[in-house]
Design a protein around this ligand. Structure first.
Ligand code: ADA
Length: 565
């Protein structure tokens, strides 16, 4: 199941999940060599290869193989929701696609796939090196494999590539802008009649002729008097269904379904507004990580994480530090958990940002994140480049370029980035919200309240005056099960004390618009992160629950504070 709802009623679409054959390989692939490998492993898709007992710490390359069946000759479309971290796709021995980055989807069309059996090979690489500027040894784990679903679709000709919907207006008077992208991958031009339905409104367009290979965009601004408002308390979703009818016969040849939430978000007067009302964001940073499933959490595990966060009284999750699985975002839409979604980068120095691939790899992940997740009501903030070099002019060039890119892709959501540069930060003027990662009580001995006030001052002095402020990370290590009345560093008691001191200080500061704990669950980290990030147990232990989601002492402290704010 690639989404939490049905995406198509007309288009033939299915996931190619289940067992795939897998072989380890070395170095760059050659199409002929790949097919001759001994495929000794049987791995589950979606899944991480680390789930196999022999591959628990494998970093390198491998090839997945699967035979797929096409029922009706014509264009076939493959969509990979996430391959970690570099993929090359081969269809009947021919390379048809490649993609970098584990955390965004990519698709490819085989224009003329004959009915019958075909061989699908996916070469996957999760190694670190010069090519990869964003997946680097880090304070989380880059798993290997087809970590998110794979979808195979059979098209009849022109199809709905996507539809972007931007709500505006207010409760009782909702409007919205709809932009539908149609493409024709087949060799012949065809006339189609597009229609759409949303919140009881039926939209129809005149027939259009789409030339072979052409992409067109149509749409406009419409009123939706029947639309109900989406909010965390009542996350009403409306089905948006777009259909393409054959120009001559009127028969439906393709469709595309998404879910829309009517809500607005703004950042005005130093506060963040949802549906025009000031809101305080309280929640967690979360890595997609689980001891049994790696980065390929099952929907049950995703939903359990949301249950735990909601139980503690959270209203927001930050997808630190990369775009998340579409199914997790579906659940957030459905359950009313607000999302800060960010592009993929953590703690890159200016030297790392000089990697010749950094610019295009960031541009791509920003574009894919914003276009693929555009319709989601739960996402109310886009962010970039967590703790990178926003303290120097050379770094600022990247922050400026990427925030401008995101704003051009989506002007309906406020933008931010999480900074740890304190008074040395020089990019707050570029963002809509100022966000601080500070660890009083853990990395420093400062008082959280005083530090927060100083941070507000740093923001005001460096371009952030009048902008809403979020404490985007604070926390402390607590090793699950390590309890001791001495309350020394590393015990669950000390972690709970530190979180309590932070939460008490932030809850008492009316100028704050948000507080996000580092972190929801403990997570695996790369083995070779260097002395600075050598972490006991090769994990970041600042979770309020451990890797198996067992609550630590801090759980009830957080629950008490979040529920009372
Ligand atoms: C940083 C970083 C997190 C994590 C955290 C920590 O603020 O953004 O990814 O590494 O510190 O635990 O130190």
């Amino acid at each position: 199941m690639e989404r939490m709802f049905r995406n198509h009623r007309v288009r033939s679409s299915r996931t190619i999940d289940g067992l795939w054959e897998f072989a380890k390989t070395e170095g760059a692939p050659s199409a002929t060599g790949l097919g001759r490998l001994g495929f000794d492993y049987r791995l589950m898709v979606p899944g991480c290869w680390e789930a196999h007992p022999e591959l628990r710490t494998y970093r390198g390359q491998g090839v997945y193989r699967r035979r797929v069946r096409i029922e009706r000759s014509g264009p076939a479309r493959l969509e990979f929701k996430g391959v970690s971290h570099t993929a090359r796709v081969y269809w009947d021995g021919k390379e048809i696609a490649s993609h970098y980055n584990a955390y965004t989807a990519f698709s490819v069309i085989v224009p003329d796939a004959p009915a019958g059996e075909h061989e699908l090979l996916v070469w996957v690489d999760n190694s670190f090196g010069e090519f990869s500027s964003l997946h680097v040894p880090n304070d989380y784990y880059t798993y290997g494999g087809l970590i998110r679903p794979v979808v195979l679709e059979e098209l009849e000709g022109p199809f709905v590539e996507r539809a972007a919907f931007t709500p505006s207006g207010e409760d009782g008077a909702w409007k919205g802008r709809l932009a539908i992208t149609l493409a024709n991958p087949s060799a012949a031009a065809r006339e189609v009649r597009p229609e759409a339905e949303l919140a009881g409104c039926k939209l129809e367009w005149n027939p259009v002729r789409i030339e072979a290979g052409e992409t067109i965009v149509l749409g406009g601004e419409y009123d939706f008097p029947g639309a109900e408002t989406w909010s965390p308390e009542k996350p009403t979703l409306h089905e948006l269904s777009v259909r393409l009818l054959d120009g001559e016969t009127g028969r439906a040849i393709d469709d595309w379904i998404d879910r829309i939430g009517f809500r607005t978000v703004s950042a005005k007067n130093g506060r963040i507004q949802l549906n025009g009302r000031d809101i305080v964001l309280k929640g967690f940073n979360r890595h997609e990580d689980h001891p049994m499933a790696g980065a390929a959490l099952t929907p049950e595990l995703m939903n359990q994480d949301i249950d735990l966060m909601l139980d503690m009284g959270a209203n927001m999750v930050r997808t630190s530090h990369y775009p998340n699985d579409e199914r997790f975002l579906d659940l957030c839409d459905e359950r009313g958990l607000l999302v800060w979604e960010e592009n993929h980068a953590r703690g890159l120095s200016i030297e790392q940002m000089r990697n010749p691939n950094f610019v295009w790899q960031c541009e791509q992940v920003n574009r894919e994140m914003a276009t693929q997740h555009y319709n989601r009501p739960s996402i109310i903030v886009w962010a970039i480049l967590n703790e990178c070099a926003s303290d120097c002019e050379e770094g600022r060039v990247h922050y400026k370029r990427q925030l401008e890119q995101l704003r051009a892709l989506d002007s309906s959501r406020p933008l931010t980035f999480a900074s740890h540069h304190r008074e040395k930060e020089i990019c707050f003027d570029l963002a809509d919200i100022v966000s601080f990662n500070l660890y009083p009580g853990w990395y420093t001995d400062e008082d959280p309240g005083e530090l927060c006030d100083r941070a507000r001052g740093w923001a005001d002095a460096s371009g952030g005056a009048g902008k809403p402020m979020i404490m985007s990370e604070f926390g402390a290590d607590g090793y699950y099960g390590l309890r001791d009345p001495s309350r020394v560093r590393g015990t669950e008691e000390r972690q709970a004390d530190i979180l309590e001191a932070n939460l008490a200080a932030y809850a008492a500061r009316p100028y704050l618009s948000g507080m996000l704990i580092w972190q929801f669950c403990d997570c695996r980290v790369t083995e070779d992160t260097g002395w600075l990030l050598t972490r006991a147990g090769t994990q970041n232990s600042k979770g309020v629950v451990d890797r198996y989601r067992r609550p630590k002492l801090a759980y009830s402290v957080v629950r008490r504070y979040f529920r009372s704010i």
